[in-house]
Design a protein around this ligand. Structure first.
Ligand SMILES: Nc1nc2c(c(=O)[nH]1)N[C@H]1C(S)=C(S)[C@@H](COP(=O)(O)O)O[C@H]1N2
Ligand SMILES: [Mo]
Length: 434
């Protein structure tokens, strides 16, 4: 961060000397949150940057737009809720929750063998045998084993992240080992509280190897009990939910009750019954924050948006504004040949949001250094934000599009255009320039 800011100042000085432009004056009004963003690559790119020809009013519009961007973390109650059940389990009266094991005091988790496709376990955790796991024991294990990591919760079927959090809990493998599995274990099935009605059961599953190992350096699958440093609320799936870092939300089962260790070789997820690609990791894609549909001619457009950083990573966000009366590029369904313009990715925020205690990233948190600073930015499997000051346009009707380029320089939605693998479409918004 320090280095980026210094580089930028040096570059500003260089530009002033060579081009006789008072860049600092141009930027004076700009929030530091954005100003600091022009890091090594951004700053160099600015040498021929169209921003240099824009007036300070345009910068102040950009400043305002950037200031209005949501916090990086979402408060628990502000997550969009995707819960099934009649009644909704999190809306049951406290007394019922206590009776059904949906409070921290009454929660019990079973980890048992699948009666139909049995796995050999020496020591299942069952209510019947009095060996089920309770919350106190889970926390006790958490004292030495718990992990925290940032993750965007995103529904495969909704084109917008539900919320961004720092999730905390015990790796599922710690609990799996407690059952002393011996053989015939291939799949881990699990479900949450479902009003004791089999028709309401919402199930998900993982290969046992995903539980035991974390391929590609993703965080472990956890039994989660805290979000943004607070106890997981009932609406978010508390007392304990599964959280699968690289997966869409349907793998992160709320009000977790039972884990079934199975020798079945395939998935039995509820989402599989709805034509979803249940092995699809979360996708990289982006969207604009809502903009007004009318703009003045020849005035730079301040555009901002969010991006979801999927398993493929995020290199950059790009914007393309196309006059509606001109034909679209031919034979180019994903607009690979369109004149896309690079936007600026915003760096780490000064305020994390999400009601994080003391606005501080707890240590240790995966992806953060010992002083609570992000090791890489943007963070994989998390949310990012971006902004661009687009040169002004002539009067007319236009379509604004934005797309992401992943860390392997591949533009979305290629090579993954399938809607049921998770939303990754190029967004298109119509505007009028008057
Ligand atoms: N028990 C249970 N867990 C569940 C669900 C559910 O309906 N019941 N919905 C899933 C789906 S499809 C999504 S996208 C996420 C949403 O998490 P959130 O409500 O915390 O945002 O929860 C998942 N976990
Ligand atoms: Mo979902």
């Amino acid at each position: 961060m320090q280095w980026c800011a210094e580089t930028l100042l040096r570059l500003c000085w260089y530009l002033e000397m060579t081009m006789n432009i008072d860049l600092i004056a141009y930027h004076r009004k700009i929030t530091r949150r954005f100003f600091i963003q022009f890091g090594a690559t951004g700053a160099l790119a600015m040498q021929g940057h169209p921003l240099l020809s824009m007036d300070s009013e345009a910068f102040s519009d950009l400043d305002t737009a950037v200031d209005q961007i949501e916090d990086w973390l979402t408060q628990q109650d502000d997550f969009r809720d995707v819960s099934r059940g009649t009644p909704l389990p999190h809306e049951l009266p406290e007394s019922t929750k206590r009776e059904k094991g949906m409070t921290r005091e009454s929660w019990k988790l079973e980890v048992i063998s699948d009666p139909e496709y049995p796995a050999r376990l020496r020591s299942p955790l069952s209510i019947e045998a009095g060996t089920a796991l309770d919350f106190k024991t889970l926390l006790e294990i958490g004292k030495t084993r718990s992990v925290r990591f940032p993750k965007v919760m995103s529904c495969l079927n909704i084109g917008c992240p539900l919320g961004m959090g720092i999730w905390e809990g015990v790796p599922l493998r710690e609990i799996l080992w407690m059952t002393q599995p011996v053989k015939d274990l291939r799949r881990v099935h699990y479900h949450g509280y479902h009003n004791e009605d089999p028709k309401q059961m919402f199930r998900s599953s993982l290969s046992v190897n995903r539980v035991l190992e974390d391929p590609g350096g993703v965080p472990p699958v956890i039994l989660c009990y805290k979000l943004n440093g607070q106890w997981l609320t009932s609406e978010r799936g508390g007392p304990v939910r599964m959280v699968v870092p690289e997966a869409y939300g349907f793998k992160s089962i709320k009000w977790l009750k039972q884990i079934v260790l199975s020798n079945l070789s395939h998935a039995n997820d509820t989402y599989a019954e709805q034509n979803n690609d249940i092995d699809s990791p979360i996708k990289t894609f982006c969207s604009l924050f809502p903009i007004s549909s009318q703009h003045s001619a020849n005035k730079p457009l301040a555009l901002t948006g969010w991006a979801q950083v999927g398993l493929a990573g995020l290199q950059k966000v790009q914007v393309w504004i196309h006059p509606k009366d001109e034909p679209l590029p031919e034979n180019d369904r994903y607009f690979q040949t369109a004149p896309w313009k690079d936007a600026e990715l915003l760096g780490p925020p000064k305020k994390w949001g999400g009601d994080l205690p003391e606005n501080r990233i707890a240590i240790p948190t995966l992806g953060f250094s010992a002083d609570g600073e992000p090791i890489d930015w943007p963070i994989k499997l998390a949310k990012a934000h971006w902004a661009i000051l687009h040169p002004g346009l002539k009067p007319g009707s236009y379509t604004v599009r934005c797309r992401t380029i992943d860390e392997h320089q591949r533009a979305q939605p290629m090579p993954r255009p399938f809607r049921k693998s998770g939303h990754a479409a190029i967004q298109a918004v119509n505007i009028e320039i008057k």
